[in-house]
Design a protein around this ligand. Sequence first.
Ligand code: F0G
Length: 457
Amino acid sequence: MHTIIEPFRIKSVEPIYFNTKEERKNILETAFYNPFLIHSTDVLIDLLTDSGTSAMSSNQWAGIMQGDESYAGSPSFFRFEKTIQDITGLPLVIPTHQGRAAEKILFSIFGGRGKYILSNTLFDTTRANIEFSGAEGIDLVCEEGKHPGIPAPFKGNMDTGLLEAFIQEKGAENIPLVILTVTNNSGGGQPVSMQNIREVKKICVENTIPLFIDACRFAENAWFIKLREAGYADKTIPEIVKELFGYADGCTMSAKKDAFANIGGFLAMRNESLAQQCRNLLIMTEGFPTYGGLAGRDLEAIAIGLIEVMDESYLQYRIRSIEYLSNKLVDAGVPVMLPAGGHAVYLIADEFLPHIPIEQYPGQALAAALYLEGGIRSVEIGSLMFGKYDTAGKLIPAQLELVRLAIPRRVYTQSHIDYVAEVIIEVYKKRDQIKGLTITEEAPALRHFTVKLKPHN
Ligand code: F0G
């Protein structure tokens, strides 16, 4: 078989600004060892996120020019609405400026003190919106999902036994919503199987609990179902996607991922009175229901991106390019989450740096080391992002200590990825010299965005 090539040519390019290791040492200090505080022009390869960082297609840019900027009833909205209805089968579509705006609206309605929102694994902003409402977010990922080094086809699945037990224990009346994240971002970009979605839906129906999908990476998840799940090899991606959303009462979506848009999101659902409640909240903070915090041109770009992302030659290239990086690291003995995720490779930081105690945030120390060595920006997904303190002020660690290398869509070429692998392998060889970090300043919620650290001495 030939090399799977990028299924596109490049028409417009952006420069990468090179800097030296000495310069990066200063930059890192100035940014308090927090990659979110580094200026993007100081980054060589930016793998901080796959969110909003996609290269748009010439068709999407053409769509941008077609955007109708009317306040109400723009044709761009109706194209957006119809595309989402066609793809998902969900009839009621509400645009938002990004995924977390959709979450904020949803959990303002479903959240509240004494309530539990159950998930395979909640993303950080989703959890924050749930907790802000007073409710508790509960992760019930399957057993395979808790062992990063052991491969399994659907490590993003929810543990249906735990789901049933939780409902039994707390009572269905205290569980207003179950939300499945596809793919499971915080759990390593791992997919959820159709069978699992079907089983979760059955339990939800038996207990009269609505099921929502956090659909950010729905197309990547559908591709994994096609590749790995019995009975799906001959189905088209739109067929798989339609079936997936068919089990849902609604979804939240960040169009900054699998819609190749630089901004945008939406809520979609079946229940008219719920949609009405959502629109009422939408008008207060996002905007009128036919634009919801977006420009008409954004609605056009999203509608076009949602179709493009389901192209099989794109998905084959996309998933293969992530696996390509993962394989290179595995061959060099670097501990990575297996198998490779749909949008990112995850380094297992506590195995990479076993000499650094969790209280000194090995994931953050590794992210800092990758930047210093080769100007690569990544993000810690571990105890800095998800850790909490007990009443005595002692850190309660996250389930996994990972560093995510998220690959922006259609942005980097194979030689960029080869360079990334070289840098990581170099850092791995020198791992004994890497020191832990101590927090000097932190916010009460979502602290990883603004936290300040210094090397532990
Ligand atoms: N849900 C998941 C699974 C996500 O990965 C994200 C964002 C959101 C919701 C929120 O969407 O950013 O449009 O408000 N994830 C980005 C990331 C930020 O880097 O993984 P948003």
